[in-house]
Design a protein around this ligand. Sequence first.
Ligand code: NAI
Length: 400
Amino acid sequence: MVRLLVCGGGNGAHVLAGLASSNQDIEVRVLTLFGDESKRWTSKMAETGFKVRVYEHGSVKEEIKGLPKFVTNDTALAAADVDVIVITVPAFAHAGYLKALKPYMKSSMILAALPGQSGFEFEVKGLWGDVAKDVNIISFETLPWACRIVEFGHMAEVLGCKEKIMGSINPGKSKEGADLTATLQKSMGEKPELVTYGHIIGMSLMGVNGYIHPCIMYGQWNDWDGKPLKEKPLFYHGVSQEGAQILSDVSDEIMAIAKAITKQFPQVDLSNVQHVHDWYKKCYPKEIKDNSTLYSCLRTNNAYNGLTHPTVQDANGMFSVDYKYRYLTEDIPYGLAVIKGIAVVVGLNTPATDKILLWAQKCMGKEYLIDGKFCGKDIKETRSPQAYGISSIKDMLDLN
Ligand code: NAI
């Protein structure tokens, strides 16, 4: 029997809670600290049961029934004697769960972030201190499913499930990598295959949304004349050559960070860091029609059909860019700013990353870079190493 605690109350949390609790060998609990979600989920589930509808190739494949043992906002109750904790919320909500869970963590536990997004490991270390050294921490690159809640507390849908997802482990005192992955795999079912390797900082460097979204935004809006548009521009399929090029340049800088780290510390495995063009070829082998360049990957990926830029509509029905959307407000503090911070610790110049950060901070009314130095007042709101007082590579990598 594995005791699994799912943290969160959104789309991913619904799906994981439903899928895992359909397995007789897993006891599933849900902890949601947001608003009245635990109350609403508990009463709805008692009334109507709980299920996950799974689609394959656009039609319903199956409906999986599985009832979590309980849903609560009481962290002590939720965390008592659990084996695995999976946090499945957007990155800005990670800290609330980490603070609440800290007193209940034991060295044999597994803490997984699904997904971790950039800086998750720094945040755990910053908030937990020495407790973080004991616990097995796993950060995954993404959520396994494209999914959504159909009815809160009653049903969620899996629109698509990835074949494989990649994660990295920061092992605690008591467990080995293979065991940990197997325990988690059991919680999630057969698909997706969980593949874990490499140093956990690789997941920060491969938090690709943290650079894909801001770079494409930059390519579209950097030279915008401010005149509202008749239609929302396509996000990926409308990417400019400039947007694709700067994304490639940022990705080159990230590869250079990984190379500089492994040159200095050859024992650190950063084979989990790859160029975003290779990442696209790996992740969307069937969906991309022309994978010859990064630009063509973005423009011909069927998974991106119809996705548009974040915009606001005015009284005349015209569209202007929305700088408050998560493509900047989350993807900078939990993405590109973390990568910049890692580059600073490693001692590398990152002109392409700086160009995007400077543009984004202006759009967001934030301050990260001042005269080329990563020392702005809003760094403390990011998950960069600097926000947690980490300044050496050894400290950043947890090397002895
Ligand atoms: P979601 O948008 O459904 O998360 C909402 C939940 O987060 C809420 O129900 C609440 O439990 C929590 N939350 C929201 N605001 C909060 C606050 N201020 N304080 C505390 N908790 C708060 O997220 P979803 O869809 O489950 O995704 C989780 C992560 O996976 C996100 O980072 C998302 O970008 C990523 N992802 C999601 C995919 C999807 O298909 N849903 C696909 C790929 C990645």
